[in-house]
Design a protein around this ligand. Structure first.
Ligand code: SAM
Ligand code: SF4
Ligand code: F3S
Length: 430
């Protein structure tokens, strides 16, 4: 079995669950697509490029010699493109045997066994989570989906259509999944959701619980050492969540809080439901609660109607707030979303804006990393690096850090001095 992830952390989580479902049926995983008898392409629909990658990969698979006879393998398209374009995929790529959406992939083993149903795009999050298998992927840090879907309907975004409406898993189910990972030695838990801070799962007393409650509950487990969560929406940044950042040492001082644009005019057109002022207020409160909190964000440049003045406001905002890392994208018109019909602005303008924003963000990331030199920081090491005796881990602020060591450091905490930095990572002295 060969499984490829194209999308966000939730897409990676789903790929791990798909692997677990088939490992339970005695399949083995391989990195060699050529020899695989089951290929699962777990797709992303967020931007046009992400979706187009699917079709070029299918073309490549069709050209592999061993794949020329359909008797040799089954090809599955899963994920958000599967949900959005199920029937088109089968028309455009007849070599695809099965299509499953992000809320129905637990059905895949049965679909392959029975060969009756070729497409399943039902929204069944509750049934799905009750039928998944949870095994660790790297034994150090584990993603745990606690919330799915989105009811926010930002005008540019496909997620409400591909993942369905907001669903939160019960506290007990999450606790069980987390405990399994912790018993296997995992030290860091990263809660995932398209609107993770909108979490409102049922507690043991039958009442609705928020993310702060869930963090508190999981933090009480001895074996968990670090907790993170992503991705958050500004309007769901509650007082209880802000407060817990100052109270719980296991909750890492890092927050990914997408703003998308710092022009109120554009935020309104995007249907973001927050303003620049309300976003700044959240940051102010967060810093009062946890003064060293490191901030991250997402930006879209070139949204329809974005003027030079709108873009300038975003640049000024970034200069003011200073992000330790941030992700920025050119607006990509997505079929089926309200912004798809709006007049798109020119590619040249979008490109120029993206390049200006990215160089400012890169500079901020580099400056932040430099400011860490000579400080002692605690790193949780996750994996081996590309060089001999090199290990890679993360600081509490989510920066990537590397060290040379003859001892195996995987799954170890080490408090080390930062000796140097690059734009994207920290170097630790041994
Ligand atoms: N739920 C999160 C939020 O509220 O910001 C993020 C969801 S999305 C998976 C990740 C990022 O992709 C978004 O924050 C946005 O910056 C970007 N994105 C979404 N739709 C886009 C589009 N049509 N064009 C360009 N970027 C897009
Ligand atoms: Fe997409 Fe907006 Fe929902 Fe985030 S909040 S997933 S950007 S619709
Ligand atoms: Fe992509 Fe779906 Fe995630 S569209 S970003 S894989 S929720």
């Amino acid at each position: 079995m060969f499984v490829k992830s194209y999308g966000c952390q939730m897409n990676v989580y789903d790929s791990n669950r798909i692997k677990d479902l088939f490992l339970q049926k005695n399949y083995e995983t391989t990195d060699d697509i050529d020899s695989a008898d089951l290929i699962v392409l777990n797709t992303c629909h967020i931007r046009e490029k992400a979706a187009e990658k699917l079709y070029s990969d299918i073309g490549r698979i069709n050209k592999i010699n061993k794949k020329k006879s359909k008797e040799n393998y089954k090809l599955v398209v899963a994920g958000c493109v599967a949900q959005a374009e199920g029937i088109e995929i089968q028309k455009r790529a007849p070599s695809v045997d099965f299509v499953v959406g992000p809320q129905s992939y637990h059905k895949l083993p049965e679909m392959i066994d029975k060969e009756e149903q070729k497409i399943n795009d039902d929204f069944l999050p509750n049934e799905k989570f009750n039928n998944l298998v949870f095994n660790t992927s790297n034994g150090v840090s584990e993603f745990v989906s606690i919330q799915e879907g989105c009811d926010k309907f930002c005008t540019f975004c496909v997620v409400p259509y591909t993942r369905g409406s907001e669903y939160s898993r019960p506290v007990q189910d999450i606790k069980q999944e987390v405990s399994k990972y912790l018993d296997n030695g995992v030290k860091e838990i990263i809660f995932l959701g398209q609107n993770v801070n909108g979490y409102h799962g049922t507690g043991d007393d039958g009442k609705s619980k928020d993310l702060a409650y869930l963090i508190n509950t999981i933090s009480e487990l001895d074996k968990v050492k670090r907790i993170r969560y992503m991705t958050s929406h500004p309007i769901d940044m509650s007082e209880s969540l802000i407060k817990i950042h100052g109270e719980d040492n296991k909750l890492m001082p890092f927050l990914h809080l997408p703003i998308q644009s710092a022009s109120n005019n554009i935020l309104k057109k995007m249907n973001r439901k927050h303003t620049v002022k309300s976003y700044l207020k959240i940051i102010e409160k967060l810093k009062l609660s946890r003064p060293d909190i490191a901030l991250s964000s997402d930006f879209i440049v070139g949204f329809p109607g974005e003027t030079d003045k709108d873009f300038d406001e975003t640049m000024k905002f970034v200069s003011l707030v200073k992000f330790v890392i941030a992700y920025s994208f050119m607006f990509s018109p997505r079929p089926g979303t309200p912004a798809f019909k709006l007049p798109d602005i020119s590619k040249e303008v979008k490109k120029a804006r993206l390049s200006a924003l990215q160089s400012l963000l890169k500079q901020q990331q580099s400056d932040y990393n430099k400011s860490c030199i000579d400080k002692k920081m605690e790193i949780l090491f996750e994996k081996k690096g590309r060089h001999k005796n090199q290990y890679i881990g993360r600081t509490i602020y989510n920066q990537s850090a590397f060290i040379e060591s003859k001892d195996n450091l995987i799954n170890e905490f080490k408090k080390v001095k930062i000796s140097d930095s690059t734009d994207f990572a920290l170097k630790c002295s041994s």
